[in-house]
Design a protein around this ligand. Sequence first.
Ligand code: BEZ
Length: 188
Amino acid sequence: MTLDTTHINQQRMPFDDQAELWLFGYGSLIWKAEFPYHERHPAHICGWARRFWQGSHDHRGTPKAPGRVVTLVNEPDAICQGMAYRIDAETLRPLDIREKNGYLREIVTLHFTDGSHTEGLVYIATEDNAAFLGEAPLNAMAEQIASAHGPSGPNRDYLLNLATSLEGLGAEDRHVFELAERVRRCPP
Ligand code: BEZ
């Protein structure tokens, strides 16, 4: 049910602590950047779609009643909008721990609103990780999110904070906005 990816992340892409790199946030990192950064800018990545298909047994749910959080899935024409952070590599250490439940760092191209682009890292939980839940009917996902709670708080807050942040960025994301609409109609 869980796969601790902390060590895999720290071994597969070792960086000098002082090296600077870009990190793309598409989930809680958009609205909960509790880490030091040099600058941040709205950005998007191509070919990836944001989906509430990753189980959360440690943050927004429990092993008995997991919540759902976002991961990215390959979709050739998709654009995923989020926030890019320029950070020191040492900042990855606590993030690797915070996002340890199945997420691995991958390299992607980040596109900024001024038309420039650069390489950066993103955390992705692929379908072969033990906490992956995959697709389900929107109503079933909404009910699960509306009722799940974990050490980091209600799963509902995670979804609604994400939806609000994406609206603030002027981002398009039918999957997130439709789920948020349904969760708002579910009893707390
Ligand atoms: C993010 O906000 O980019 C993020 C999503 C899932 C895991 C780690 C980070």
